[in-house]
Design a binder for this molecule. Structure first.
Ligand SMILES: Cc1cc2nc3c(=O)[nH]c(=O)nc-3n(C[C@H](O)[C@H](O)[C@H](O)COP(=O)(O)OP(=O)(O)OC[C@H]3O[C@@H](n4cnc5c(N)ncnc54)[C@H](O)[C@@H]3O)c2cc1C
Length: 413
């Protein structure tokens, strides 16, 4: 079996201390080792993807194990700015050009439905995670100007996804923002991502899911009817199905030329920052490259992120962190037309992107009984819910009508 860390290359998943690191209710009762050698499903990764996957699969009958080499919810989920959007990074009109209108529409519609499903899960479980439904304001920028946004609003409406185009005058009047146009839409939310993931893991555990951490999976074999996972300690755990929800430490077997890890930066101002009232109900992102996005937290912080760079390592530079934080701060002040206090949290992280903005979800080609989810970009949390739905259906033996949109190349299921 290969050396440790070979199957999902370990990397730092955030630099500096993300805002959510000190949140209450993140602690979970973990086990130090698996209670058995054989499970129905082993899920690798205890972030938001692993949490939603475990919750979707936990039916009280299946034996399910979730493992993580870190404590739960300490990976990318802790660094997330958690704007829970149906908007895929690539606008519907552009995605239609790339993969055809029918498929692009299905992807956007599925994304919108998944935000609703996620909202229902949070409501059903009564999770205390700062979850709130929001509108989204998508601003015209250098990459998508006024005309592109008008076309995009039309494409969304044709797909049955509500979207209002606002012209420059309306945008200035309602939001005091000087841009050539914007799209206002309804299907979004925001949350504390770490509390969201911890709450969902906790709910899965009350349905019998076992959580073992720290435990690192170092190798994987599959046969006709089982998957075998080796741990760093040399233990072997077998399962009818293995699901890799390992985030940006993705399974090497599914590395894809259309998928890249880049660097991103974010900051948060202190609680009680003076902000426009409309930010209580609206999150913002812009059609620019690099882009800026922002949201308000319940306690009145402004979270702002962006300034992405193509390098997978740039986020690790402390010099860059300072520089990027200054740029993001200045751009947010200029966009909102107000002076903001200095941030009390700035952080950087690796971030996954794909050419189409769509994630990769499904069976791993060439490895029977093994699933993986990866390629989560700016709406990774929404994609985690889509992944939970598609993979749990496949494990239950049901086809998902949208599985083809996200399947790994080499296996369009
Ligand atoms: C700065 C930033 C801002 C973001 N903003 C947003 C946003 O506004 N909205 C949005 O929807 N998404 C956003 N995202 C994306 C979103 O946060 C991610 O898609 C999501 O958190 C990924 O969750 P995950 O569970 O897949 O990965 P993680 O949270 O990283 O969990 C994966 C876990 O797998 C474990 N693991 C990996 N390999 C192994 C192994 N071999 N053995 C055992 N354990 C292993 C890791 O330790 C890790 O804990 C943002 C991301 C970043 C970094």
């Amino acid at each position: 079996m290969p050396r440790s860390r070979d199957i999902t290359r370990q990397r730092d998943l955030h630099e500096a201390r993300p805002l959510w690191a000190g949140s209450p209710r993140l602690a979970l009762r973990t086990r130090q080792r698996p209670s058995r050698a054989n499970y129905d499903v082993v899920i690798v990764g205890a972030g938001i993807s692993g949490a939603l996957m475990a919750y979707a699969l936990a039916d009280g009958r299946r034996a399910i194990l979730v493992v993580d080499r870190r404590p739960p919810v300490q990976g990318s989920t802790l660094a997330s700015t958690a704007m829970i959007q149906h908007e895929i990074d690539l606008p519907l009109s552009r995605l239609s050009d790339m993969i055809g209108a029918p498929k692009a529409r299905r992807a956007w519609q599925r994304s919108a439905r998944s935000v609703e499903s996620l909202s229902e899960i949070v409501a059903d479980l009564g999770l205390s995670c700062g979850f709130a439904r929001k509108q989204t304001l998508f601003l015209a920028g250098k990459a998508y100007g006024r005309r592109a946004l008008q076309e995009e609003a039309e494409a969304r409406r044709a797909a049955g996804i509500a979207a209002d185009y606002l012209d420059a005058a309306t945008l200035a009047e309602r939001f005091s923002i000087a841009r050539t146009g914007a799209i206002l839409s309804n299907v979004s939310a925001a949350a504390n991502p770490a509390q969201l993931a911890a709450g969902i893991l906790r709910a899965a555990m009350t349905r019998g899911v076992e959580l073992v951490s720290p435990l690192e999976i170092t190798d994987l074999r599959s046969t006709a009817d089982a998957a075998f996972l080796a741990t760093a300690e040399g233990w072997i755990v077998s399962a009818r199905h293995a699901v890799f929800c390992s985030g940006y430490e993705f399974l090497k077997a599914v590395a894809d030329e259309n998928h890249a890890i880049v660097s991103t930066w974010a900051l948060a101002t202190p609680p009680g920052t003076t902000l426009p009232d409309w930010l209580k109900t609206c999150i913002v992102w812009e059609g620019a490259n690099p882009y800026l996005y922002l949201r308000r937290t319940r306690d009145g912080r402004l979270i702002v992120g962006g300034e992405d760079e193509g390098s997978a390592e740039a986020y690790a530079s402390t010099k860059k962190l300072r520089r990027k934080a200054k740029t993001i701060h200045r751009k947010a002040e200029s966009l909102l037309g107000l002076a903001l206090p200095e941030p009390d949290h700035v952080w950087a992280a690796p971030f996954g992107t794909t050419r189409t903005g769509l994630p990769l979800i499904g069976r791993v080609p060439g490895l029977k009984n093994v699933f993986a989810v990866m390629g989560f970009g700016g709406n990774g949390i929404t994609f985690s819910q889509i992944a939970a739905e598609i993979v749990s259906s496949a494990i239950a033996g049901h086809a998902d009508a949208d599985a083809d949109l996200f399947a790994f190349p080499g296996r369009r299921t």
